[in-house]
Design a protein around this ligand. Structure first.
Ligand code: SAH
Ligand code: DHB
Ligand code: MG
Length: 222
């Protein structure tokens, strides 16, 4: 009565307000075909990311952790014609699947998949002196969440949003006995968000077809 129901309600929400779409369906099918892990955001989460991007009038979006580009496609569709999304992916196979999915969605001119370790790519990106990112979606190796948040903050402007996926992990976040590096990474992130005066932060627990997890959201106010 938990996971089964959460999945059924997610299906219901999708049927009601998150209509399926050829390019998004094809992207998920290609991820499965290539045997990528089934950890893309859910459709309703993807749509939430898209709506948040629209809310901040995003022209520049940064994503850390591409996988097969499913969340990328949702967010890139919120961009105006001259908008741009940069997404970072460590695994060459994931990056290739993502590039194909992004091209299939007709977004190859707006989206740049940067292949490599985000910890190395982020300083390079900062050195390019691009416009600030209006939205950053952090969804890579959770052990490095703190570093990713620092870079996101540095690359933001007043009014930018920073969203971090997977900050609850079945409640493991509050298990003091849990010394897993990814869980520690989530706690370091919360600790940092709590003391950073330039951001307004909250987090939401979520249940759905991907189980029990959550998002953290930071609005850059200064
Ligand atoms: N945002 C995607 C899911 C990302 S899954 C979606 O919702 O559709 C996490 C991805 O981060 C994986 O593809 C993994 O290979 C990548 N990753 C993990 N560590 C990384 C690192 N240090 N630098 C860049 N990418 C990394
Ligand atoms: C898992 C889920 C995610 O959204 C992610 O980014 C990484 C891992 C998981 O369920 O294992
Ligand atoms: Mg995730």
């Amino acid at each position: 009565m938990t996971q089964k129901l959460w999945t059924a309600v997610d299906d219901y929400i999708n049927q009601q307000v998150v209509p399926s779409d050829l390019a998004l369906d094809a992207a998920l099918a290609a991820c499965a075909e290539a045997e990528l892990p089934a950890i893309s955001v859910t459709p309703s989460q993807g749509k939430l990311l898209q709506m948040l991007a629209l809310l901040v009038n995003a022209r520049n979006i940064l994503e850390i952790g591409t996988l097969g580009g499913y969340s990328t496609i949702w967010m890139a569709r919120a961009l105006p014609g001259d908008g741009r999304l940069i997404t970072m992916e460590f695994d060459p196979k994931h990056a290739q699947v993502a590039s194909d999915n992004i091209a299939n969605a007709g977004l190859e001119n707006m989206v740049e998949v940067r292949e490599g370790n985000a910890l190395e790519l982020l300083p390079e990106l900062a050195a390019e002196g691009l416009e600030a990112f209006d939205l950053t979606f952090i969804d890579a190796d959770k052990c490095n969440n703190l570093q990713y948040f620092e870079w996101a903050l540095r690359l933001s402007r007043k009014g930018s949003l920073i969203i971090v996926d997977n900050v609850v992990r079945d409640g493991r976040v509050i298990d003091a006995e849990d010394s897993d590096a990814d869980i520690q990474g989530i706690r370091s992130l919360f600790k940092r968000m709590a003391t950073e005066p330039r951001v307004l932060c909250t987090a939401q627990q979520t249940v759905g077809s991907k189980g029990y997890d959550g998002f953290a959201i930071a609005l850059v106010t200064g």
